[in-house]
Design a protein around this ligand. Structure first.
Ligand code: 0A1
Ligand code: ZN
Length: 878
């Protein structure tokens, strides 16, 4: 148990910063045994703050070597080094403070602040990493102009980078050199970045809409020089898109991207110098899958879009994180949608939300999009802040319409450029530009929990009216017992007996659109549609117009009907999912039910042979709901029963549709050059799904096809698709041969080795606990590398649910043991790994005790990090 209770930070306690920093001059001396940081800050009192306060700067893990005020050394009793920083009592209204600190980047395993990764120096300062570099007011509402001089050995570190433009460079004594960077835009210190290394440079250019030529540069380890094209192309597409859709032009002369192997998250939007996790930026067709190609395009776009939504306009405090993240995720999802298939993108976003964010929203860490309190802010880079935050912006877009939304975003950027603001400022700009009252809508930012909309209906054949009643309720979440109704934009269509959209005409209206968005604002509302010729099937929440759960008593026949007739692609997919969920759940409830509803088999047979329908949509519709989603839907999940039921459904579908699967495989087998277009991606997805299903039932022809594909694959999607299928089969010999040959071929490529780890760790057949434990001692495993930890431990606990939730509790003990050891080296990663245990109350008795015991074991560690403490403590408290 921790000896002291970590402090909770509350939004209600926010106060403006007592001091502002106008300019920072930094000088980094980088050595093998450490780094010296000279920091000179021009500081003034904030006229808006209470007067007479002492100067308090944040700092962690720093060795203070020097301190001067206006150039003169400070006497020992003029300042105090406190547990989390430095206090100077007697300061005037305007002064220059000089600080010299000594830090140890080579020993930094937390990967916050300045650290070393594969021999290069790099930084990660969001959210509170800058305090590990030097003393500074480490809060986003203090925005300063940075000038940064980096000095290092020239042979080891020929490339020296920081934010902005390089203004001076030269050689120094002892084989050292320096480069000075100046960033003209004031920024919070979380956007500061520095990189030093022996890096290959890939160059490109982009001409902005106003005709300025921007230097695009990508820096990677020399062995990765051939893996930059896709990221650079994605960057140029993002830059053009942001000009066209939001009118936002890039502002500096240089834009740089750096790839590093050791990184806690996906990437970071540091001003002019984005730093990426290698796995989220490097790609060639023969080393990265379609999924990776798409993810890279989206993350490059996301970080680039932050230049406006995040950097030019930033957050006042960390409670406002969704201001930049929700809006930027919304922007990157619009971008991906425009680059590919909008329906498929919507399905992917909704799947993530319904599977993982809804789970977060009903667990012990549930929090509003704008949280009210936190212990450790790193724990709040969540699906709620990011994905639900994006949904909230998307609903504003739906309510305002394209044109007014654009007016709102223009007003927001114009009004707040160069400022640190709140989510409320964002909503206010949208209101002011559109004239729409969003008072009630703001509850989406304030209330946690996923709203449930219960729908009932009645058709009156005599009056030709169709009455729809919507009721909303929001479950209680920690700290929020009761909730107020939210403003839910509820998109709807009524499907007639021939699959046509029926006109939706409310009382007194002349217009009768085929689809409309109802404003659900009260707890209960009834809508009566007139002139409805026959009993319709409702198509509810089209396009997933709000992040809510819809309950309606669809019959299986109605779902089948929507699956093949709904004009809304998303709801076609959704109907298929609901049908499959219903069938699987009925197998869980009645284990004696031996055969799958033949209607599901027929529906899948149709899908497999339907070549008219958008193949990207078909590929999605063929995916059965995941175990994780089925668990989320259960009140008291019995993981083994869910796993068995889903497997039985999959088995039977595969057995009955065997010939159609082979035909689908052969039809989609292609051998042209690799292209990451939506059509080609859909073909590969269909082919690999068919293959996976065939191997699932240990089909001999499937086995032969998989071996052939594995040996002849021209790209990683097909190569790993075949490997995954073999690994998940009972053909043990093929599995072992393929795994060995894959490793042999790609052992020098960490990104591919990570996939190799994940394929094994997430497989029920290959990823038994002893097999996963063996991966942890493999030569390629590295406890200091978050990607390796995620690809083995994360994949096992997050995707191999039947093995992780073994009823003897072995999976839980395994996870707890590794969380405890990671807690000291990398608390952020350790805290993220706790997540599969947090919702223990939602599992049935056979699992609950083991999960709770694992949490208690972690909780008992003395000096547990704040990060892990917060998640574990809240999970146990509930
Ligand atoms: N702002 C980045 C993500 C990020 C957040 C926190 C980090 O360290 C705790 C690192 C990166 C983004 O949204 O891409
Ligand atoms: Zn972001």
């Amino acid at each position: 148990m921790r000896t002291s209770q970590p402090q909770t930070i509350y939004l209600k306690d926010y106060k403006v910063p007592p001091f502002l920093v106008d300019h920072v001059d930094l000088r980094f001396e980088l050595f093998e045994e450490g780094a010296r940081v000279y920091n000179s800050m021009e500081i003034r009192r904030n006229p808006d703050a209470e007067s007479g306060q002492s100067l308090e700067l944040d700092g962690e893990g720093l060795e203070l070597e020097g301190l001067t005020l206006n150039g003169l050394p400070l006497a020992d009793d003029d300042f105090e080094v406190t547990s989390g920083g430095l206090r100077v009592d007697k300061v005037s209204d305007k002064f220059t403070l000089g600080v010299v600190t000594w830090i140890l980047p080579q020993d930094n395993t937390r990967l916050e602040g300045l650290y070393k990764s594969s021999g290069m120096f790099c930084t990660q300062c969001e959210a509170e990493g800058f305090r590990w570099i030097t003393y500074f007011p480490d809060r986003p509402d203090v925005m300063a102009r940075f000038r940064t001089r980096v000095e290092a050995d020239k042979a080891r570190y020929p490339v020296l980078l920081s934010n902005g433009n390089d203004v001076e460079k030269g050689d120094l004594e002892d084989g050292r050199h320096f480069v000075t960077w100046e960033d003209p835009f004031p920024k919070p210190c979380y956007l500061f970045a520095l990189v030093a290394g022996d890096l290959a440079e890939k160059k490109d250019t982009f001409t902005t809409q106003s005709g300025r030529e921007i230097d695009l540069r990508m820096y990677v380890e020399p062995r990765n020089a051939a893996k930059c094209d896709h990221a650079l192309d994605s960057l140029k597409r993002s830059m053009r898109w942001d000009e066209q859709i939001y009118g936002r032009e890039y502002d500096l002369d240089i834009f740089m991207i750096v790839a590093v192997d050791d990184f806690n998250m996906g990437a970071m939007e540091n001003k002019g110098l984005n730093i990426f996790n290698s796995s989220c930026v490097l790609a060639t067709p023969d080393t990265a899958t379609d999924l990776a190609f798409q993810r890279i395009e989206a993350i490059v776009a996301h970080e680039y879009f932050h230049n406006w939504s995040g950097n030019r306009v930033t957050c006042r405090d960390w409670f406002q994180l969704s201001l930049k993240e929700g809006f930027t995720v919304f922007r990157d999802s619009q971008f991906s949608s425009d680059m590919g298939s909008p329906t498929v993108k919507r399905i992917e976003d909704a799947t993530l939300l319904r599977t993982a964010q809804f789970a977060e929203d009903s667990g012990p860490m549930a929090h509003p999009v704008r949280p009210d309190s936190y212990i450790e802010i790193s724990n709040f880079y969540t699906l709620t802040v990011y994905e639900k935050g994006a949904e909230v912006v998307r609903m504003i877009h739906t309510l305002l319409g394209e044109e007014d939304f654009r007016k709102g975003s223009d007003l927001y950027f114009e009004r707040h450029d160069g400022q640190a603001v709140t989510t409320d400022d964002f909503v206010k700009a949208m209101e002011d530009a559109s004239g729409r009252d969003l008072t009630q809508f703001r509850r989406w930012y304030q209330q946690a929990g996923t709203p449930i909309v219960d729908v009932s209906d009645a058709y009156d054949p005599d009056a030709k009216t169709y009455t729809l009643t919507l009721r909303q309720r929001i479950p209680a979440t920690p700290g929020q017992e009761t909730k107020q109704p939210q403003h839910i934009p509820f998109a709807l269509g009524l499907v007639g007996e021939h699959g046509e959209d029926l006109p939706l005409k409310l009382q007194g209206e002349d217009d009768a659109p085929a689809q409309r968005v109802l404003d659900l604002t009260d707890e209960q509302q009834t809508f009566v549609f007139h002139d409805v010729a026959a009993q319709p099937v409702p198509s509810l929440l089209r396009g997933f117009s709000a992040p809510v759960k819809v309950h309606y008593p669809w019959t299986r026949d109605q779902l089948l009907f929507l699956m093949s007739h709904d004009s809304d692609g998303f709801n076609r997919w959704d109907a298929g999912q609901r049908l499959a969920v219903d069938v699987i759940q009925s197998m869980v409830d009645e284990p004696q039910e031996r055969t799958v509803d033949p209607r599901l088999v027929t529906a899948f047979r149709q899908l497999l042979s339907d070549t008219d329908l958008d193949q990207a949509l078909v590929a999605k519709m063929l995916q059965l709901p995941s175990e994780a989603y089925l668990i989320e839907l259960a009140d008291e999940a019995d993981v083994q029963a869910i796993h068995k039921a889903r497997t039985r459904v999959l088995n039977q579908l595969a057995l009955e549709l065997r010939d159609e699967l082979v035909a689908c495989y052969l039809r989609n087998r292609e051998d042209g050059p690799y292209e990451p277009t939506p059509q080609a991606i859909a073909r590969r997805s269909l082919k690999n799904t068919a293959l996976a299903w065939l191997l699932h039932i240990n089909d001999e022809e499937g086995r032969m096809l998989a071996r052939q594909q594995f040996e002849n694959a021209g790209n990683m999607t097909d190569q790993s698709g075949a490997l995954r299928a073999l690994v998940n089969s009972e053909f043990e010999e093929d599995r072992d041969t393929a795994l060995a040959s894959f490793y042999d071929r790609f052992r020098e490529d960490p990104q591919v080795v990570e996939q190799w780890f994940a394929i094994q760790a997430s497989s029920v057949r290959a990823g038994t606990l002893p097999a996963v434990e063996a991966l942890l001692t493999h030569e390629a495993f590295d406890w200091k590398n978050p990607n390796k930890i995620r690809s083995v431990i994360g994949a096992f606990a997050g995707q191999n649910l039947a093995n992780f939730h073994a009823t003897d509790g072995s999976g839980y003990r395994f996870l707890a043991q590794h969380i405890l050891s990671l807690d000291s080296s990398n608390p952020q990663i350790a805290a993220r790994l706790v997540s599969p245990l947090t919702r223990w109350r939602n599992y049935s008795q056979a699992y609950r005790d083991g999960m709770r015991a694992a949490l208690e074991q972690i909780h008992a560690k003395p000096d547990l990090s704040k990060d892990v403490y917060e998640v574990v403590h809240k999970s146990l408290k509930g």
